[in-house]
Design a protein around this ligand. Structure first.
Ligand code: FCB
Length: 449
């Protein structure tokens, strides 16, 4: 692995290189300057939802450290920065009154990026629904179509002169699956009766977001992002293969195919017929949208076997540790070919115009010793995945960019602070930042001619 030498230039001079983060994972300042509560602000206070009962209330305090963090991006020579806006910082109640201090904060962040020659890539929704809206049913309530449209309109009107690239949603499969089916993410709801309407409304909001942005700024480049995992069957048995086919439909096809006019993958997942109850006559048309680009976010693959214990899906994941393969601190298998396979898969959809890898990276148990974080595993991980991105690039004309997750260490949802994904180490006691060796490696890579 990693013996083959390749350089930044092999990806072409127009290729977009970046680094990603999100508001709820980094900003802290969850209740200051007029910000309203989000579902995560409430979820983390419930006992045993988050490892070690950690909260994101301070995190890496991007709210007060954004200048330092943007200076670090510049220092590492990274030209593009993807981050998200907090809905309840801008609209404390989700709709209605606007919090000027919230808009001011993002103006400052955007100005700081631009002054430092860094292009902002803005995600509108990275899972932090305003709590007031959750109390009205959140994503399960069809009124979210209007709530979301209002929020997007306010953001785009405010920031259109400073933002050329927008992403509507971050990983709708994860926030609807984790938050409304499994209950392991905010708002902690469970079961099909929550998941199905939440999923359908998120599908519609992808298109509503796109249409709202384009109506205000037709020149904007608008995308949305999808989580994806390369799915392989545990054995060659027809039952394992069919189970893998179902999981692939759930994890990789559910949110993109309706936008492309292909409808829901009911062929593979008959339980999606439950969606019919929520579909209104205009929805089939409303869902369809041709994004300027899609973001795909890949970390690993999943190996799937048939199981009688999971209703509807009849499938289970065979964890990496049981398969005795190399895996990260998240227990995610290191499988670089996964990113190649995912680029190929999304490239094959005719309606997909451009693809960016908007997240890829790894968590390892980093240690800071004498001011140095020698995270050789992370540099190897990124290099080996990049090698596969380059392999895909030779046959995919649609592939236009790659962003590392993440800029700094931050709050990793239900995993709290145990997981460190940053190119930059954060000492959460002092808020001191240290560029890890992987960050220096990325800088050197980006400087290479
Ligand atoms: C993705 C999320 C991101 C981060 C990484 C590790 O699913 O979009 O916020 O947590 O995983």
């Amino acid at each position: 692995m990693n013996n083959k030498k390749f350089s930044k230039n092999d990806f072409g001079t127009d290729f977009l290189w970046g680094v990603s983060s999100s508001a709820p994972q980094t900003e802290g300042a969850y209740n200051v300057d007029g910000k309203g509560l989000s579902v995560w602000d409430v979820f983390v206070t419930q006992n045993k939802k988050i490892l070690n009962n950690d909260t994101h209330f301070e995190s890496s305090d991007f709210y007060n450290n954004y200048k330092t963090d943007i200076a670090l991006i510049k220092q590492m020579g990274i030209p593009n920065y993807r981050f998200s806006l907090s809905w309840s910082r801008i609209l404390p109640k989700g709709i209605g009154d606007i919090n000027q201090a919230g808009l001011d904060f993002y103006h400052n962040v955007l100005d700081c990026c631009i002054e430092n020659g860094i292009t902002p890539f803005v995600t509108l929704y990275h899972w932090d629904l305003p709590q007031e809206l959750e109390e009205k049913g959140g994503w399960t309530n069809r009124e979210i179509l209007g709530w979301f449209e209002e929020y997007v309109r306010i953001c785009v009107n405010a920031f259109k002169d400073k933002v050329a690239y927008w992403m509507v949603l971050n990983e709708p499969m994860v926030f609807t699956g984790g938050g409304y089916f499994l209950g392991v993410h905010a708002p902690g709801k469970k079961g099909f009766n929550h998941f199905i309407p939440a999923m359908h409304h998120a599908v519609l909001c992808q298109a509503i977001g796109y249409n709202t942005i384009k109506a205000i700024d037709s020149q904007a480049q608008v995308g949305t992002t999808y989580s994806c995992s390369y799915i392989t069957p545990y054995s060659a048995s027809p039952k394992d293969k069919e189970a893998a086919h179902r999981v692939d439909a759930l994890l990789n096809r559910l949110f993109i195919e309706p936008t492309l006019g292909l409808g829901y993958p009911i062929d593979a997942l008959p339980f999606l017929k439950k969606t019919l109850k929520y579909i209104q006559p205009e929805d089939d048309e409303l869902m369809k949208v041709t994004f300027d680009f899609i973001g795909i976010q890949n970390y690993t693959r999943e190996v799937i076997a048939h199981s009688i214990f999971t209703p509807y899906l009849n499938a289970k994941i065979i964890p990496a540790d049981r398969r005795k393969v190399y895996y990260t601190a998240m227990d995610w298998e290191v499988y670089p070919e996964a990113i190649y396979e995912m680029i190929r898969k999304y490239d094959s959809y005719e309606g997909v115009k451009k693809i960016m890898i908007t997240e890829n990276g790894a968590s390892f148990p980093d240690e800071i010793i004498d001011g140095i974080v020698d995270d050789v595993h992370r540099s190897h991980f990124i290099k080996s995945y990049l090698e596969q991105v380059l392999r895909a690039k030779s046959s995919s004309k649609k592939l236009v960019g790659y962003f590392v997750w993440s800029l700094t260490d931050n709050f990793e949802w239900a995993e709290g602070y145990k997981q460190r994904f940053g190119l930059v180490y954060v000492d959460y006691e002092t808020q001191e930042r240290t560029i890890k060796k992987s960050g220096w490696w990325y800088k050197k890579f980006l400087e290479e001619k």
